[in-house]
Structure formats: structure tokens, C-alpha cells
Design a protein around this ligand. Structure first.
Ligand SMILES: *[C@@H]1O[C@H](CO)[C@@H](O)[C@H](O)[C@H]1NC(C)=O
Ligand SMILES: *[C@@H]1O[C@H](CO)[C@@H](O)[C@H](O)[C@H]1NC(C)=O
Ligand SMILES: *[C@@H]1O[C@H](CO)[C@@H](O)[C@H](O)[C@H]1NC(C)=O
Ligand SMILES: *[C@@H]1O[C@H](CO)[C@@H](O)[C@H](O)[C@H]1NC(C)=O
Ligand SMILES: *[C@@H]1O[C@H](CO)[C@@H](O)[C@H](O)[C@H]1NC(C)=O
Ligand SMILES: *[C@@H]1O[C@H](CO)[C@@H](O)[C@H](O)[C@H]1NC(C)=O
Ligand SMILES: *[C@@H]1O[C@H](CO)[C@@H](O)[C@H](O)[C@H]1NC(C)=O
Ligand SMILES: *[C@@H]1O[C@H](CO)[C@@H](O)[C@H](O)[C@H]1NC(C)=O
Length: 625
């Protein structure tokens, strides 16, 4: 507009006189002004050069160019009259004789908003209303403009435009409430457009998310007056998401319910997601994404990420969830069978949070343990039968304990023990073969010279007795048979076979050999003590019955003339010591409480020292509790 105005003006100046002049006027098409201020509408006009008026008059009309419509007269130079609305409000600023029709209107109000037409009166019929006219707009606030998009971090430029077309009242422009804006600065400039003037105040700053929704105002004052106008804008600042709240890392136990919240601030709303170990759990367009775990298990333990993204950026924050739980039932080797001498490795592993204390326990004794581990290895080098048994792997932390058991079975091939031998008595030969083996051996006696093999079930095979890993078998042969040596004991199990010739032992020396030096001493001491007691009692009480002696507590014998008499504890022990033929019921006390054993050697001793022959029997009753 500005260039056109100038160009036309220049054209008119240079062509003045040379070209024929026309009816034409130049004024801004539109012009703005604040209420209660004034406006000066710049105006020039021209007319055909053949008209030579003696005096030029002018009339400004409001809203209509045609006098016959009787539009309100804004100003009439000839009579200096005006419509009531304009009386005393208007003056012609320009020199009309110099084709300058510039008009000033004071004390503007809304009624004066409209079109203004200029009519020239050159005398006679030479009156002409120019079709060019000015639109006057009444303002009551400045025009504040925002850039199309305000993005956090990028400089934003806001302008406040204030028309400055009133020569008497110059506006001053100020931005209000800009103190908090980052790096803000204000520049003022004056723009001309179509010969109207505008003060432009430019506010530059770096917006941030904090400025979103903030209202800025531009204030216009007219010095020396109370007149003041304000324009407002509310900023819509676009920004990348910010995670403003997320739960801090959390510790819980299994079975609980937890709710996490990720509160995201962004403009526009972001897509927010919860991730665990890279896997998306939940995603929504929201400002506030919750994650509900109704029943926490160890699987929920881990690092959680809340990530948010919109077109302006992305962010994420992490949070840890620690799920505490008692150790799981340990997994251990299922029952292990090992050969003696092997190295056995036992593995126990479990899982708990915190990592548990793991122990391997056997017979209530802790063999090995680790603290804060998930795995325990027990290595038993060169395993022996002592290692056989039930093992427990226990795992414990402050949330509980659990355990598993396994059995270690040590297997070994049969071993014939040195005590295995044959004893010859008055009318029989008794052979005992003691074999240590696991699993239980199959024992048989062989008399190769007699083409005789005796195994369990044969009548001569008296019995087998088991004591831990030791199985003792006894063979009894009638002496009248023509006994031919050797007598072999054969023991077989899955892991091997052992054949051993049984040595012969004379029964007279047998007792002491069997009892051993310590046992002999014990027996001797007991005998002496009993003898001493016997002598004393006899002296004092003059007891004549010999049978009563046997019933004394310290008696070394188990025989009884009447048969069934309970034996004292010491007798039982004595018998255990004195013959390994005897069945040790201590190890197996449960089933039977009476057993019969051939204790012919005992009989001899007893007969010699204390007991009359008629009271003796081949079999003694042993009652074990
Ligand atoms: C018309 O008159 C006004 C007021 O005196 C003046 O400011 C303006 O420059 C004049 N216009 C021209 C084209 O001379
Ligand atoms: C996570 O934070 C929210 C809000 O602050 C709270 O309601 C909730 O209980 C918290 N969750 C946990 C597990 O602490
Ligand atoms: C999250 O959203 C819920 C419901 O939509 C609302 O009750 C809660 O106040 C919000 N929390 C925050 C921190 O915005
Ligand atoms: C979280 O942000 C970091 C950088 O800030 C980025 O390397 C990572 O990939 C983001 N993770 C997710 C799940 O968005
Ligand atoms: C026990 O299990 C572990 C792992 O399964 C194995 O390496 C080890 O040899 C096993 N031990 C025995 C004695 O079987
Ligand atoms: C094994 O666990 C059970 C059940 O918790 C418990 O009663 C028992 O005492 C534990 N045994 C050992 C050896 O820890
Ligand atoms: C180990 O042996 C005992 C009996 O000796 C048995 O009660 C238990 O069940 C066995 N344990 C395993 C794990 O086989
Ligand atoms: C034992 O038996 C074998 C063959 O079975 C036979 O040759 C041998 O003569 C027999 N010996 C006796 C003493 O019977």
C-alpha cells in the first residue's frame, strides 16, 4: 500500500501540468485509532486541470458519498459547520488550497467508526465526491500477535501493534508481566503503511514449559491522560515430556499389590509407556500412567522404565522393584549311589531374595555352607561308607527357609572280616562268616572237598544276622560228619565277589580271643568282684543255695535253671562283649525282645566257676529291651 501511495504521489508531482489531471483522491483505505484519542486521516486530492477555481472548499461526509442521502457532515470548510456528532471535534489539518484534505477528529468514540468521504467544492457545478474513502476503525485494545507456534527452548517473538495516527496523543507501549521470561528483550519500531503509522513493540524471549498457559499483556498509555488500553495473549508453549513424578525404587514381598505412577507433563500430551527389561508392559496417551501389579511375584523383580514421547522430544526415568521372597525348595541331586573311593560332587541350588544362606546338613551337622549365594557345591573326595545317609540342603533368608533331602548310598564290594572263622566244639562245628558290603551280599559256605555248598535256606545254614553293613552268617555242622577242610565263605554283591577260607579256632581259647584283651580284663574284674561278693555274702548269711548266686546283679552268666529270668543291664552288655555270635539287639531293638543264641563258651566258664551242671542249658535266653 505504502509503495503505491508514494508512486502515485510521485507520478502526480512529475506529471503535474504535463498530463491532464483527473478527479482523484488519496487517503488510507483503513485507519485505526483508540477510543478517546484522536485520528488524523491523511488526504490529498486532485481535479481536472481545465478547472480553475478561485477558491477551493471541501466537505467530509460520514458513511455516504452522496449529499442527497444527507450523510452526517463531518466538516464543511465553507460554513465551518458539522453534524452534532462532530461539532467541535474536527479540524482540517491540511491546506486545502494545496490539495491537502488531511482531517483530524478528536475525542473518538464508537459512533464515529465508519467510512469517511471527501467532497471537493470548486465552485459552481464543480463539486465532486471522491469514491476513494477511509475506513476508520475504533480500537479499545492493542493488537498482540503470537507466532504460529511457541516451542520451548526456541526464541519466540511476540508483537504488540499500536496505531499512532493522533498527532496530539502519542502512545507509549509496554509489555507487562514479562519479568519471569528467560532472556527477554523488547524492541520498539514504527511502521508506516498506506500513510498510517503503527508503533510495534516486539518482545523476544526463550520460552519454557513454565510459560505454557501464561498470560502476557501489552499496555498502551497516552502520557498526560488516564487513557490506557491493554491487550492480552495466553501462550501455548509446546514442549517435550517431563516426568514430574515417578515412584522411587521400592522393596516388597511376594503376594503384595503395588501401584506405580508415572506423571508426565508435556504439551501436547505424550505417549507414555511402562517398560521392563525392554519389553513394553503398558502404553497410553496420558499425563498420568499407572502400573498396577495385583499380586507381586519374583518375576516382577527388576528395573522399570517409564518413557514418554511427543513430537517435541522424549524422556524416560527408571525405578527398581525388589521383590523379597523366601528361598525356593532347593534342587539337589536326586539320590546318589556312589562307589567307595569315588569323589562325589553334590550340587544344591535355590533362589531367594535376598540370596540365602545354603547349608548341607547330615545328622544335624552342618557339613558346608555358603552365605548369600544361590548355589552350594559339596565335594566329598574318596567317599567311604561313613558318608552314606540322608543329607539335607537347607536354604534360609529372613523371609523363610526351605529344604530338600537326598540320600547318598555308598556301595562297595564284599569284604570278609577277620573275625570270620570256624569253631569246633564237643559235637559241632560252627562257622561264622562276617561280611561287610553294600548292598547286602549273598553269602554261602563251600566245602569243596565234600562237594557241599550251603546257602541260606539250607538247614545247616543257621542264620544270617545284619548289623549295619555287616552281615554275619553262621553255619553249623554236626561233628560226626567227616569234616574236610577247607571251608570257604563266598560273598557276592553287585559290585564284586570275595571268597575266603575260614580259619579254625579251638573253642577253649575262643572266648578270650573273641572277647579280646580288654574284654578279658573286664570279665576278670567282674568275676573277681562277684567272687568277692559271693564269699562275703556266704560268710554273713550262710547261704547254701548255689542257684541264688546267678541272680545277683553282677553275675556274668545269663543262664538260669528255671528258664525265664530277666537279665540285668550289665549282663546284657557282657554278653554283647563276650560273643559276636550274639545278636546285638541294641541296633535293632524294635521287633523281637527275645532271642536265642548258642553260647556254649559261656556255659563252660560258668560251669567251671559258679554254676552246678544241672542248671545249664545249651541255649540261654537273652531278653533285650
Ligand atoms: C498535508 O497536511 C498535513 C498537515 O499539515 C501534512 O502533515 C502533510 O504532509 C500534508 N501532505 C502533503 C502531501 O503535503
Ligand atoms: C507410587 O506413587 C503413588 C503416588 O505417589 C502412590 O500412590 C503409590 O502408593 C506409590 N507406590 C508405591 C509402590 O510406593
Ligand atoms: C492421575 O490420574 C488420576 C485419574 O485419572 C487422578 O485421580 C490423579 O490425581 C492423577 N494424579 C496425578 C499426580 O496427576
Ligand atoms: C531412555 O533414555 C536414554 C537416554 O536418555 C536412552 O538411551 C534409552 O534408550 C531410553 N530408554 C527407553 C526405554 O526409552
Ligand atoms: C549332581 O548334580 C550336578 C548337576 O546336575 C552334577 O554335576 C553332579 O555330577 C551330580 N552329582 C552326582 C553325584 O550325581
Ligand atoms: C525342612 O523344612 C521343614 C518345613 O519347613 C521343617 O519343618 C524342617 O525342620 C526342615 N528341616 C531341616 C533339616 O531344616
Ligand atoms: C532317604 O532314605 C530315607 C530312609 O532311609 C527315606 O525315608 C527318604 O525318603 C529317602 N529320601 C530320598 C530323597 O530318597
Ligand atoms: C564231587 O563231584 C564231582 C562232579 O560233580 C565228582 O567228580 C567228584 O567225584 C565228587 N567228589 C566227591 C567226594 O563226591
Amino acid at each position: 500500500m505504502a509503495w503505491r501511495w508514494h508512486t502515485l504521489l510521485l507520478l502526480w508531482i512529475f506529471t503535474d501540468g504535463a498530463l491532464s489531471r483527473q478527479w482523484a483522491a488519496w487517503m488510507p483505505q483503513s485507519i485505526s485509532a483508540f477510543r478517546e484519542t484522536c485520528v488524523s486521516i491523511p488526504c490529498t486530492f486532485d481535479y481536472p486541470k481545465d478547472i480553475r477555481p478561485s477558491i477551493i472548499h471541501g466537505i467530509w461526509y460520514f458513511n455516504s458519498p452522496y449529499p442527497k442521502n444527507l450523510p452526517p457532515v463531518v466538516l464543511k470548510t465553507k460554513t465551518n459547520t458539522a453534524h452534532d456528532n462532530y461539532m467541535g471535534r474536527t479540524k482540517l489539518l491540511g491546506d486545502i488550497q494545496e490539495y491537502n484534505c488531511t482531517i483530524q477528529i478528536d475525542r473518538l468514540n464508537m459512533d464515529l467508526q465508519g467510512k469517511y468521504y471527501f467532497r471537493v467544492d470548486l465552485g459552481g457545478y464543480n463539486q465532486y465526491t471522491y469514491s476513494e474513502h477511509a475506513n476508520l476503525y475504533m480500537l479499545d485494545e492493542p493488537f498482540v500477535s503470537l507466532p504460529p507456534e511457541i516451542v520451548s527452548g526456541s526464541e519466540a517473538e511476540l508483537t504488540c501493534r499500536v496505531p499512532d495516527n493522533c498527532p496530539d496523543m502519542k502512545p507509549t507501549v509496554n509489555w507487562m508481566e514479562i519479568e519471569g521470561l528467560e532472556h527477554h528483550s523488547v524492541y520498539a519500531s514504527l511502521e508506516e503503511s498506506g500513510s498510517t503509522w503503527t508503533q510495534v513493540s516486539t518482545l523476544k524471549f526463550i520460552p519454557s514449559y513454565k510459560n505454557n498457559g501464561q498470560r502476557l499483556s501489552c499496555k498502551v498509555n497516552f502520557p498526560g491522560t488516564d487513557t490506557e488500553y491493554k491487550g492480552f495473549v495466553t501462550m501455548n508453549v509446546k514442549y517435550a515430556p517431563r516426568i514430574v513424578d515417578i515412584n522411587s525404587s521400592f522393596e516388597t514381598t511376594e503376594g503384595t499389590k503395588v501401584v506405580f505412577v508415572c506423571v508426565v507433563d508435556s504439551n501436547p500430551v505424550s505417549q507414555v509407556g511402562w517398560y521392563k527389561e525392554g519389553a513394553l508392559i503398558k502404553e497410553e496417551f496420558t499425563g498420568n500412567l499407572t502400573l498396577e501389579l495385583d499380586y507381586v511375584t519374583f518375576n516382577h523383580d527388576g528395573i522399570y522404565i517409564c518413557a514418554a514421547e511427543n513430537e517435541y522430544g522424549r524422556t524416560n526415568k527408571t525405578m527398581g522393584l525388589a521383590v523379597m521372597y523366601a528361598p525356593w525348595k532347593p534342587s539337589v541331586n536326586s539320590s546318589v549311589v556312589a562307589m567307595e573311593g569315588e569323589t562325589v560332587t553334590i550340587l544344591c541350588n535355590t533362589q531367594g531374595n535376598p540370596d540365602p544362606v545354603i547349608s548341607i546338613v547330615k545328622d544335624k551337622q552342618v557339613l558346608t555352607s555358603v552365605i548369600f549365594e544361590n548355589e552350594l557345591v559339596l565335594e566329598i573326595p574318596a567317599i567311604t561308607h561313613e558318608h552314606d545317609g540322608e543329607y539335607w540342603c537347607t536354604a534360609e533368608n529372613q523371609y523363610g527357609q526351605s529344604n530338600s533331602s537326598f540320600n547318598l548310598t555308598v556301595v562297595f564290594s564284599p569284604l570278609v572280616l577277620p573275625e570270620s572263622q570256624c569253631t569246633i566244639s564237643k559235637d559241632a562245628v560252627q562257622c561264622m562268616c562276617s561280611v561287610k558290603a553294600n548292598p547286602d551280599p549273598f553269602i554261602l559256605f563251600e566245602l569243596p572237598e565234600m562237594n557241599l555248598t550251603v546257602s541260606e535256606g539250607d538247614p545247616d545254614f543257621r542264620y544270617s544276622q545284619r548289623n549295619g553293613y555287616i552281615v554275619s552268617s553262621i553255619l553249623t555242622l554236626q561233628k560226626d560228619k567227616d569234616l574236610q577242610k577247607p571251608i570257604l565263605c563266598t560273598a557276592v554283591n553287585l559290585y564284586g565277589k570275595k571268597v575266603q577260607e575260614l580259619p579254625f579256632q579251638d573253642s577253649d581259647t575262643l572266648v578270650w580271643a573273641k572277647v579280646g584283651p580288654v574284654g578279658a580284663v573286664v570279665v576278670f574284674v567282674i568275676l573277681v568282684a562277684v567272687g568277692g561278693y559271693f564269699i562275703k555274702t556266704r560268710e554273713k548269711k550262710k547261704i547254701t543255695e548255689s542257684s541264688s548266686f546267678i541272680q545277683t546283679e553282677a553275675s556274668p552268666t545269663s543262664s538260669s535253671g528255671n528258664g525265664k529270668k530277666n537279665l540285668g543291664k550289665k549282663e546284657s552288655q557282657f554278653l554283647n562283649i563276650s560273643g559276636k555270635f550274639l545278636l546285638s539287639k541294641k541296633q535293632k531293638p524294635s521287633h523281637v525282645d527275645t532271642d536265642y543264641a548258642n553260647i556254649d563258651f559261656t556255659k563252660r566258664n560258668v560251669k567251671d566257676s559258679f554254676t552246678s551242671p544241672e542248671e545249664l542249658t545249651e541255649y540261654a535266653e537273652i531278653r533285650v529291651k
